[in-house]
Design a protein around this ligand. Structure first.
Ligand code: M6R
Length: 619
């Protein structure tokens, strides 16, 4: 969480930093700020609230300069306020820093520095970094940052400037991401690639504990022992357009609509002759997959739901026991993992702190770790034994959509791959890959139909809004699913609550009578995932039970199934007909759209929901 950026070159630094921060705002938006270095002075401007507040301030009172750092904050220590916003400086105003991460020993450091006359202004953990660097400074900012870093406990990506060192920025990282952008007579550091993409496609991924010293026409990377490291730069293939809304009202909507293409590209690239799956980048040998005795999937949030769905596939076809855990629980429960365990970590950002820690825990215990990751070169991808990229392109909206269905796509492919490698290819239906390849077309058709009847979904959302207000905000949502669509019930509920702030829970429908059915009266809207499949009839019975108790039913059904239409269901959403095993991707899309429209109806900031950040780099 939090995004940092640094720039040194010939351009107007405020403009570069503000534009870069706009592309990092998904990492936090409680406050934003800039520190600009000019004529042996550092000028800081920072404002509580979204970036636009800062941009307006800079417009009113422009800051000139060509070197500076910027920050967009997701508050951890200290409420969102102007004072707690970054960048922070030390009391002599010699040093300014922007920080992403958490300094765990900040209280002790603050105390020690306080005894030596340092005066603190904010409630943040981060401010201590500026003071520490200033106290270590003896004429060379790089050495001061290196010394300061030795005393910091926790996670950090830091950008630091010193008023006596024009045209110089020092960046350092430990357990928080930092990349270096290389330009012509200009250089950048940033938390993520989109921040620099408008200026350069040439980037260097910094490893943990590495430090970079940038100047206008030069950069040097150092390891934790202070030795210079030769780095190879990477050319970013994607275009800045992919990180823009391109006519859509919100990134979330744009990303929902990108799903058919993401999946089409994925299947075209990875499926050969409808019979074989190829993972070019996977460096774990087939031998490892032959020998594993169990699989543990570890992830957070939406990625966790993709993992739950993956369990159904792997167990059904590859016949290997699979358990699925949230990263934050896995890492602390001393899990039973050994060299015969394959741990699959799933993460869009590849930087989620809990998932990274779980990965390390699994490796320590001797397991092989396979990452399913979206962001190229992210920490989780680099630290795992092997990686399969989802290649969904940048996902900007905080609510994950295309990354989720891409994770599902990879789970299908990996299941097939695993059955083949383990000599169980016959377990999969012969046309498994062929059928799977049809899913993007079906998704595209569904989205086209949705576009034509957009008002229908909008209408459902508007009705809910009215209903909610009429019941003094007592209405809520329940999502029920069974079998392979049960994880989608969790995902539908997560999507709705994170962007519309309405209470929503997902349950396996069969669990209703073990407690949750007590919630049913005329208040909740119950989204029932009732597509054709093995448990369809059971789902119909559950719907009757809810209906009998007054619940409002929103049913997601297979096309041409008229069983519920105009009868037990108050609202019906159709998805294209397909084998049940391939339905999760198609079911997920209307759930995303429903959440989107409800949030829009309530007038919330869909791409930047309150209290959240896209990439959760703190535990
Ligand atoms: O980057 P990751 O996939 O590791 O992120 C995991 C969760 O933080 C993420 O899926 C979160 O739940 C989303 N906001 C859900 O839409």
């Amino acid at each position: 969480m939090c995004g940092i950026i640094g720039y040194t070159g010939a351009k107007d630094v405020s403009e570069v930093l503000l534009k870069g921060l706009a592309r990092l705002e998904y990492r936090g938006y409680d406050s934003a700020g800039l520190a600009v270095l000019k004529d042996e002075a550092i000028r800081i401007v920072k404002k509580q609230g979204k970036l636009e507040v800062l941009a307006e301030e800079v417009k009113q009172r422009p800051i000139e300069g060509n070197t500076g750092i910027g920050h967009t904050r997701w508050a951890t220590h200290g409420e969102p306020s102007d004072l707690n916003a970054h960048p922070h400086n030390d009391h002599t105003e010699d040093v300014a820093i922007a920080h992403n991460g958490i300094i765990e020993n900040y209280k002790q450091l603050k105390e020690q520095l306080g005894e030596n006359g340092h005066i603190f202004k904010s409630e943040t953990d981060s401010e201590v970094i500026a003071h520490l660097i200033a106290s270590e400074y003896q004429g060379d900012l790089r050495l001061a940052v290196a010394e300061a870093a030795k005393r910091l406990k926790g996670s950090f990506a830091i950008a630091a400037i010193h008023k006596k060192e024009p045209d110089r920025i020092i960046g350092i990282r430990k357990d928080s991401p930092l990349i270096l952008g290389l330009g012509e007579e200009e250089n950048f550091i940033a938390s993520d690639i989109p921040a620099v993409l408008e200026h350069t496609k040439e980037v260097v991924y910094l490893e943990n504990n590495e430090m970079v010293d940038i100047k206008k026409g030069k950069y040097t990377v150092y390891d934790e022992f202070g030795s210079q490291v030769e780095k190879i730069s990477t050319k970013i293939e994607w275009d800045i357009k992919q990180a823009e809304k391109t006519g859509f009202k919100h990134f979330m909507l744009k990303e929902i609509f990108e799903q058919p293409e993401v999946l089409k590209q994925m299947f075209q690239k990875r499926i050969k002759n409808d019979t074989e799956v190829v993972f070019d980048e996977l460096i774990i040998s087939e031998d490892v997959f032959k020998k594993i005795e169990n699989v543990i999937i570890v992830a957070c949030g939406t990625a966790y739901h993709a993992g739950l769905t993956g369990r159904y596939m792997i167990e059904k076809y590859a016949r290997i026991p699979v358990s699925v855990d949230t990263s934050s629980e896995f890492r602390y429960r001393d899990p039973l993992v050994d060299k015969n365990t394959l741990v699959i970590v799933i993460s869009q950002s590849g930087e989620t702190a809990d998932t990274l820690a779980a990965l390390r825990e699994a490796k320590t215990k001797g397991a092989k770790v396979l990452a399913i990751c979206n962001v190229l070169g992210a920490s989780i991808a680099r630290e795992s034994d092997g990686v399969i990229y989802t290649h969904a392109g940048p996902e900007i909206a905080v609510a994950s959509t295309k990354a989720y269905t891409a994770q599902l796509g990879i789970m299908y492919l990996f299941t097939h791959y695993l059955t083949k490698v383990r000599g169980k290819a016959d377990n999969c239906p012969p046309d498994f890959l062929k059928e799977l390849s049809q899913v993007p077309k079906l998704a595209k058709r569904m989205l086209k139909q949705y576009r034509r009847n957009e008002n229908k979904m909008k209408g459902y959302a508007a009705n809910f809004h009215k209903y909610y207000l009429a019941r003094n905000n007592k209405s809520c949502f329940l999502y029920l699913g069974r079998n392979i669509n049960y994880p989608n019930a969790l995902e539908g509920a997560l999507k709705l609550k994170e962007i519309s702030y309405i209470s929503a829970e997902g349950y396996p429908a069969g669990e209703m009578k073990h407690g949750p059915i007590a919630l049913i009266d005329e208040n909740p809207w119950v989204v029932c995932l009732a597509v054709k499949g093995d448990t369809y009839e059971k789902m119909l019975s559950n719907i009757q039970e809810i209906r009998a108790r007054g619940g409002i039913i929103v049913a997601i059904v297979s096309e041409r199934d008229s069983t519920l239409k105009g009868k037990e269901a108050n609202y019906v959403i159709e998805i294209p007909e397909t084998e049940e095993i391939f339905s999760p991707i198609l079911v997920a899309i209307p759930l995303q759209l429903l959440a989107y429209h409800v949030a829009a109806e309530f007038g919330y900031d869909i791409d930047k929901p309150r209290n959240l950040a896209k990439s959760v780099t703190v535990e």
